[in-house]
Write a protein that binds this ligand. Structure first.
Ligand code: ZN
Length: 321
């Protein structure tokens, strides 16, 4: 994370697109990814290696990965539901792979038709596959603890259960675990408690990222709670596109534009140029006519005299050198 304080990881091309009916063309996905990378976003989750009949919106993920890999400095992330997906992700050249593991076993059975024992077995197999790659081509392998804050089927999830599964996933060979508020049940106090509980099981270095949804309007408050505890990677979706097809009512990741505005306003460097980021919205909206896009900053614009820490830095750099 050279030169930045917080890594904003754009997940719209995966989480956003998988939850809407419209299918975005490959060309539009490329334009979106290119423009957002040009705005300074350093990590983008560009798709998911799931069978095309399940998510036709993401059927072109291999081609999207191949294109995104040509963008210098961009970390190309993908979701994989199983070993087969991980094989496809590695063949395509993804830099980061995330296996979502539902802490709610009922949700896991519905979402990927796997028990926890089967997901741990898949984690071991994927970790083995990752380690078998040449060192310079090895993707980073994250296990995402989804429904960590609660599940639309099971309700509340005991924090000890999240910590235990996190520990088991690390023991099975994941490089790190992430906490996902799949259903938008989190609140800032719960975020702090759960980060502390899970870290006491896996260690601080093994939990650096949060995947938040804005289902109940607490997304940015939850992000701030995570920052307070040293979280350094925050997932977000341009225009708040997103949701989970298996968690009814859960719609919209936290909005990338609003998140970057909050971070930059706080003086935290994201590396993202807000004006350029706001312009990316037009590309996405044009490619998805009729789909809702969210966010306050895009509507209100930036405050008069707003100081962008990223651009201030660039100026300082050019003056110095
Ligand atoms: Zn999500």
């Amino acid at each position: 994370m050279t030169g930045i304080d917080v890594l904003v990881s754009e997940v719209g091309p995966r989480d956003g697109l998988q939850s809407i009916d419209s299918i975005m063309s490959l060309d539009a996905k490329k334009a979106w990814i290119a423009a957002e990378a040009a705005a300074g976003v350093r990590e983008i989750e560009v798709g998911s290696f799931v069978p095309a009949h399940i998510l036709p919106q993401l059927a072109d993920t291999a081609e999207v990965v191949a294109y995104a890999r040509t963008i210098p400095g961009l970390t190309v992330a993908v979701l994989v539901p199983n070993l087969k997906g991980a094989e496809a992700a590695i063949a395509a050249g993804a830099h980061k792979i995330t296996l979502p593991v539902s802490v709610s076993e009922t949700h896991s059975l519905k979402n990927v038709r796997r028990t926890h024992a089967q997901m741990l077995e898949a984690t071991r197999a994927i970790a083995e596959l990752v380690r078998a790659q040449p060192a310079d081509q090895r993707p980073h392998f994250e296990a995402g603890l989804s429904t960590a804050f609660g599940c639309t089927i099971e309700g509340a999830i005991p924090e000890a259960q999240v910590a235990r599964l996190g520990e088991q996933l690390m023991a099975a060979g994941a490089d790190e675990v992430g906490l996902s508020d799949t259903s938008g049940y989190a609140d800032p106090a719960a975020v702090k408690r759960l980060i502390s509980t899970v870290r006491s099981a896996v260690g601080d270095a093994a939990l650096t990222g949060l995947h938040l949804h804005n289902t109940r309007g607490l997304g940015l408050a939850n992000a701030l709670a995570g920052l307070d505890l040293g979280i350094t990677t925050l997932d977000a979706s341009l225009g708040g596109l997103g949701g989970c097809p298996f968690a009814p009512g859960a719609s919209g990741n936290i909005v990338t534009e609003d998140l970057v505005f909050m971070l930059e306003a706080m003086g935290l460097k994201t590396g993202v140029d807000l004006d350029k980021l706001l312009a990316v919205r037009r590309i996405v909206q044009a490619a998805l006519p009729g789909e809702d896009m969210y966010g306050f900053t895009p509507d209100a614009g930036l405050p008069l005299g707003f100081r962008r820490s990223t651009q201030t830095d660039r100026t300082a750099g050019s003056e110095a050198g």
